[in-house]
Design a binder for this molecule. Sequence first.
Ligand code: ZN
Ligand code: ZN
Length: 133
Amino acid sequence: MKYSKQRSLVLSIVRGTDTHPSAEWVYEQARKEMPSIGLATVYRNLNALVGAGEIDRLTAAGNVDRFDGQLTEHCHMQCIRCGKLQDLYPTNKEDMEKLRSVICDTFGVGDKNVRMGRTLLRGVCNDCLKSEQ
Ligand SMILES: [Zn+2]
Ligand SMILES: [Zn+2]
């Protein structure tokens, strides 16, 4: 697919990090390359890229949207204190199938056709735990 300069830039920024950036962070990076780009343009392109299936949107209640350029199936752990998102890539296919099986049985998804890409687990990360001690 042929994208506009702005859209290609936004896509490469989101794909180039595993920090699951917010729209504001993408905007700050994009401005370094393209000083005239506006936040509204960044938002519009992020939404279009989500719609085209090029990136994923991770939404949790009460939090700003975060974007993920890594489309390989994986789960997320989000820290409830600092909002940091970490990826879990099951080390082997068997682990993933076991996890999928539990999820499908629990929710009654008979064809086992469940994608883990947007799964959000919540917890307190080690950095936050340390700083509280
Ligand atoms: Zn944290
Ligand atoms: Zn991710």
